[in-house]
Design a protein around this ligand. Sequence first.
Ligand SMILES: *[C@@H]1O[C@H](CO)[C@@H](O)[C@H](O)[C@H]1NC(C)=O
Ligand SMILES: *[C@@H]1O[C@H](CO)[C@@H](O)[C@H](O)[C@H]1NC(C)=O
Length: 357
Amino acid sequence: MELLTFRLSMVACCMALLGHVTVSQRSTIQHQDFISWDDLSVEKYTRTMDAVDGDASRVILVSKDGTGDSTTVQGAVDMIPDGNKERVKILINPGVYREKVIVPKTKPFISFIGNQSSETVISFHLRASDRYSNGQNVGTFDSATVAVESDYFCANGITFENTAPAAQPGEEGMQAVALRLTGDKAMIYRCRILGSQDTLFDHYGRHYFYDCYIQGSIDFIFGSARSLYQACTLHAVAETYGAVAASQRNSPLDNSGFSFLECRLNGTGLLYLGRAWGRYARVVYSYCQLEGIILPEGWNDWGDPSRKSTVYFGQFNCKGDGANLQGRVSWARSLTYLEAKPFMNRGYIDGELWLRL
Ligand SMILES: *[C@@H]1O[C@H](CO)[C@@H](O)[C@H](O)[C@H]1NC(C)=O
Ligand SMILES: *[C@@H]1O[C@H](CO)[C@@H](O)[C@H](O)[C@H]1NC(C)=O
């Protein structure tokens, strides 16, 4: 715990330092191929994309009271042209926006930015088993409250929520996604992602979650993305059994998988750290604080014993009652520093190619 606290305060200190540097160098040319702190905040709001050449901070204001450019988040996304090539920041005033939002593949470089003064929530309630008026099932994929299909997406200070009720044991079709990320190179910072079953569909691409709060019950982080979760709080709301991460890595050549670094895990239920949704599922926890809600065996083979030899499930230097390795399945890995190292920094998601933080 002491070590964790120390590491977290180190991070906070360095961030403050970096934030400073960014501010004083704001006039330098923007590099669209990198995400920087500048893409995660709005310094000054100038109305409706009155973009001057070289001004990278084009801002669209969303406000429920009609004083902005749009009263809905989707309305703001719709204002951005297909083939967008510059960072556009959508500043969303506090409030609860009850809508389903899609950021299409044709619109990269979009930021969703909340206002620190109060919570900005995007909330919907679809479940996989719900039916459209034509009788078709919604399905897990389309249950997402917010779906991002474009590259270089950023979010700061937003709560993504799916309010569908929790599944009772044995109940099917209760997957209810709050956020789906299908694009490459996304950074999610200080956001809350709230739901129950299948909360965060971390679908495809390389993603960096930093200082986020993620709540769910079963497989609440799932998909085929390659993601680093750093200094995040993972909060379980399982009534009985649950699982944190379901990685759908399907081949040894697939470089997807989830790395949890300096995260805290607590809440209710009895949780698996991960389940082998994909035959080559890969999940690693390093320097995490795991409270006593983890099942001693730790990991689950998704009912297919042959996956025990192909998955990569490990932990390194975790603390807390849930971190004890004694009762773990025999195929769980207790990683050495050298084995854990590739998972413990932004290099895991090729950060040097697209993050400038
Ligand atoms: C945040 O909200 C406060 C209060 O409504 C407002 O004064 C402030 O300008 C907002 N900040 C931004 C960056 O829009
Ligand atoms: C974990 O959650 C339990 C139950 O809510 C609470 O009593 C405990 O203090 C929490 N532990 C930490 C370290 O936050």
